[in-house]
Design a protein around this ligand. Structure first.
Ligand code: UD1
Ligand code: UDP
Length: 365
């Protein structure tokens, strides 16, 4: 038996790692162990409940308004003990969070091979997104297996000198997870007016903290005031740098609902119900096109260019004028709307986890 330790820290890692964990558990050669660093607490737990994943080890690391260096230092100390006592044959990480970078480094020091799920996403700008671009570049340098979601992410890795034989294009497990939720109850749990169109918003990126995020909120405010017949729903990320500003600038508007982060299934329900989605989230940029929803990205760059190239996602940055103009155009112009609501899935076909497990099986079984 090979012991495979699957690691998750935040909400998106739990969502995108769940299909891999569930697929690995069916493999007779694999002893699957799940490590939650719990860089996120509530947002992580609700995802694991949905997928029926129970972490074997939980570092419970989250602290309010945690700083990146402190988080990294505390994680490294805890990981030393875990890697020593677990002694896994391989460790799987997903994405580009501080958990991923730290686990990759700790595994490297312990000489344990790492599989990187969602490998090769790049903007080629270390400041955007911050700190994720650095996290994924560092994790990529240290990984043994690179599970690239798309051909473009594979090309990025080749450009960095990663050997072709170590890269597999698998698709993104986010689509596996999305399809798993298709047959489930997706009740949103928020009182929405069925007669009104819905604009769904999410935002949490660190590089937008401060004035850029205030601009986003000012633009949302202007849009809500100009479109009384449209409802806006914004499940607010609990990061204090986001939550305070969002409530300060948007809470008093009649047609703007601010709520706690939605659990995964209700959020899928909200995406399905939405007319337009405004977001800076990576995962939402991948899911929304598959659901046929136009996406305006509140960033200047994206490591997910595939949907932009297909014309179903557009970058508007954290810029007042662009956010207002492009959202208004989608609300008013039927032709523009239809062109962006085509329903394409450049990020996966729902079989990414099978392909990842296939590579590990070849190696271990
Ligand atoms: C983190 C990741 C980011 C990822 C995002 C997904 C890093 C540096 N950032 O950003 O890449 O896109 O998660 O959402 O790895 N909090 C809670 N409850 C929770 C989760 C967070 O209260 O369940 C609050 C805490 O005050 C916490 C703060 O949010 O300290 C920030 O959490 P952190 O994981 O450091 O950063 P995120 O902005 O969530
Ligand atoms: N999501 C959720 N509830 C919400 C907002 C988002 O469950 O209120 C899900 C969403 O479907 C996607 C993931 O969380 O799968 C994205 O996480 P997030 O935006 O926090 O991180 P990112 O993808 O930007 O790293």
């Amino acid at each position: 038996m090979a012991k495979v330790l699957c690691v998750m820290g935040t909400r998106p890692e739990a969502i995108k790692m769940a299909p891999v964990i569930l697929a690995l558990k069916k493999e007779p050669w694999a002893q699957v162990r799940v490590l939650a660093t719990a860089q996120h607490r509530q947002m992580l737990d609700q995802v694991n409940q949905f997928f029926g994943v129970a972490p074997d080890i939980d570092l419970d690391i989250m602290q309010p308004n945690q700083a990146l260096t402190t988080l990294t230092a505390r994680l490294l100390l805890d990981l030393d003990d875990v890697l020593q006592s677990e002694a896994p044959d391989a460790v799987l990480v997903q994405g580009d969070t501080t958990t991923v970078m730290t686990v990759a480094l700790a595994c490297f020091y312990h000489r344990i091979p790492i599989g990187h799920v969602e490998a090769g996403l790049r903007t080629w700008d270390m400041q955007n997104p911050f700190p994720e671009e650095a996290n994924r570049v560092l994790a990529g340098k240290l990984a043994r297996w690179h599970f690239a979601p798309t051909q473009q992410s594979r090309n990025n890795l080749l450009k960095e000198g990663i050997a072709d034989r170590d890269i597999t294009v698998t698709g993104n497990t986010v689509i596996d997870a999305l399809l798993m939720s298709a047959s489930r109850e997706l009740e949103i749990g928020v009182d929405l007016d069925p007669a009104r169109r819905l604009v769904l918003v999410t935002s949490h990126r660190r590089e937008n903290f401060g004035e850029p995020f205030r601009n986003v909120c000012r633009a949302l405010r202007a849009l809500a005031q100009a479109n009384a017949g449209v409802q806006f729903l914004y499940p607010v990320h609990p990061n204090p740098n986001i939550k305070g500003v969002a409530h300060e600038l948007l809470a008093d508007l009649d047609n703007f609902i601010l709520c706690e982060p939605l659990d995964y299934a209700p959020f899928i329900g909200a995406m399905k119900r939405a007319h337009i989605i405004l977001t800076d989230s990576g995962g939402v940029q991948e899911e929304a096109p598959a659901l046929g929803k136009p996406v305006l990205v509140l960033r200047d760059e994206t490591e997910r260019p595939e949907a932009v190239e297909q014309g179903v996602v557009k970058l508007v940055g954290p810029h007042f004028d662009a956010i207002v103009q492009e959202t208004q155009r989608l609300l008013d112009d039927e032709q523009t709307y239809r062109a962006m609501a085509r329903g394409v899935s450049p990020y996966g076909d729902g079989h990414a986890a099978e392909r990842i497990v296939g590579i590990l099986r070849e190696h271990f079984a």
